[in-house]
Ligand binder design. Structure first.
Ligand code: FAD
Length: 410
């Protein structure tokens, strides 16, 4: 009989790992706390490293069908002055076999859920993990409402507030608190792409006084954007979409603040068809041996939650799926089973491989966030803009940095 793998969370990593493991002969079952996955969140920038993994589960082409390939990275000041441009994105397809493209988060999540169904993988929505009990040869997960499931091993891919992580930490004698608020919030929206940037699919970063604006296309007609601001009061990461009447009021408020920013900022704010606001969180890195315990292992944001400033959270979660799946053996007989020792060995190798890269990116994202949002007045902004310019001038270093990211995971 195929070993049952309990996968907690049907976000980005959970479903992808489920498909990769099913192909190796396991029987994955996915548990998702949300009753019915629907319209939520804003968008994600998928980079070649993540898209390579989505290609393995036959999803990359489908997502890219309606998403323009990125052609450039562009940084500018709020006045419109150019700080730097790189055409690396236009070479990605040739170099790495995949481009970079923005997608609506809902489109990705629903496509992944559909893929589970098409692959005959069980998914239980409305099942919220509450506890994990471990025996010598099995693991038992308990869910809200008294439901239980048994399996050979458990994957905690339940995101930044992972219950699985809290349970594993407790087992290791660590009482971990809530994720750390980075002091920054994001207000994000989806708007028709303004004429001023139409036909030029850029990942455009705009730097101003005490604020940062980012935008990229997510379809042939629409762009996603986000404003990052320092705020001392935490805005909970609830991903609630604003109602139409709230959008109108919020747009007016933001437009007042950003009216003197150059195009396309005012047009994007004015055109917003949906908006949401949330706080940005991350966590201090775990050591590799803390990523797993007995028959359980953490994956994606559950292991290394990050703020979004490097656009790598989902891409790294996808890399995790690849690295964990290749380390798990193929189920090659009716009597196949995995001992606790064998699982511990595999999970440790996986965590040792992944921890240094993901820890560096989490720390890098936090530092990038602080650099982007400078509050020390015009002189401090000028200094920040000069520093941004300097980074782009060293083309070799820029190329090496991106190559280090995108040539992985295979
Ligand atoms: C504003 C913002 C912008 C971002 N932009 C990018 C980007 O451009 N590119 C990028 O690569 N990354 C980006 N990220 C990061 C990215 O969203 C995450 O890193 C990625 O979603 C992690 O995938 P995951 O599968 O680990 O977790 P998630 O996608 O968060 O999925 C976790 C799932 O587990 C479910 N769950 C939670 N608790 C339980 C429970 N107790 N029981 C059962 N199910 C549970 C959740 O409902 C969810 O469906 C961004 C993040 C933010 C906040």
């Amino acid at each position: 009989m195929s070993p049952i793998v309990l996968i907690i969370g049907c976000g980005v990593a959970g479903p992808v790992l489920a498909i990769l493991l099913k192909r190796k002969g396991y029987k994955p079952i996915v548990f998702e706390k949300i009753k019915e996955l629907g319209d939520a969140g804003a968008s994600l920038m998928l980079m070649p490293n993540g898209l390579k993994v989505l290609g393995l589960v036959d999803l990359a082409n489908q997502l890219l069908d309606s998403a323009p390939h990125l052609s450039e990275f562009r940084d500018q000041a709020s006045s419109g002055a150019k700080l730097g441009v790189s055409h690396i994105p236009s070479t990605m397809l040739e170099r790495y076999g995949q481009p970079a493209a923005g997608v609506k988060r809902t489109a990705l999540n629903l496509a992944l859920k559909q893929l589970l169904i098409d692959n005959g993988i069980e998914i239980h929505e409305g099942w919220k993990l509450e506890d994990i009990e471990e025996k010598e040869d099995e693991v038992i997960a308990s869910f809200e409402g008294g439901r239980r499931a048994e399996g050979s091993f458990l994957i905690g891919s339940d995101g930044i507030k992972a219950v699985s992580r809290g349970l594993l930490m407790k087992r290791n004698g660590i009482a971990e608190g809530v994720p750390a608020y980075t002091g920054l919030t994001q207000t994000s929206g989806i708007s028709p792409t303004p004429l001023s940037i139409e036909g030029r699919p850029s990942l455009l970063n705009i730097y101003g006084l005490g604020a940062h604006f980012i935008t990229y296309p997510i379809s042939n007609t629409h762009s996603s954007w986000a404003i990052t601001l320092p705020e001392t009061t935490e805005a909970q990461e609830n991903w609630r979409l604003y109602k139409p009447e709230e959008i109108a009021a919020l747009k007016n408020d933001i437009l007042l603040e950003f009216a003197n920013w150059s195009s396309p900022v005012p047009e994007l704010i004015e055109g917003a068809e949906r908006m949401l606001k949330f706080g940005l969180y991350d966590r201090k890195e775990l050591m590799p041996e803390q990523w797993h315990s007995g028959r359980c292992v953490l994956l994606g944001d559950a292991a290394h939650p990050t703020s979004p400033h490097l656009g790598q959270g989902a891409n790294q979660a996808l890399e995790d799926c690849y690295h964990l799946s290749i380390r798990l053996p193929v189920v090659n007989s009716q009597s196949f089973s995995l001992s606790k020792q064998e699982l511990t060995r595999i999970f440790q190798l996986f965590a040792e491989k992944r921890q240094p890269r993901t820890a560096a990116l989490v720390n890098g994202a936090r530092a990038q966030g602080s650099r982007r949002v400078v509050t020390g007045g015009a002189a401090a902004c000028q200094e920040r803009d000069e520093a941004v310019k300097k980074v782009w001038q060293d083309e070799e270093a820029v190329e090496a940095k991106y190559d280090h990211l995108f040539r992985e995971p295979f």
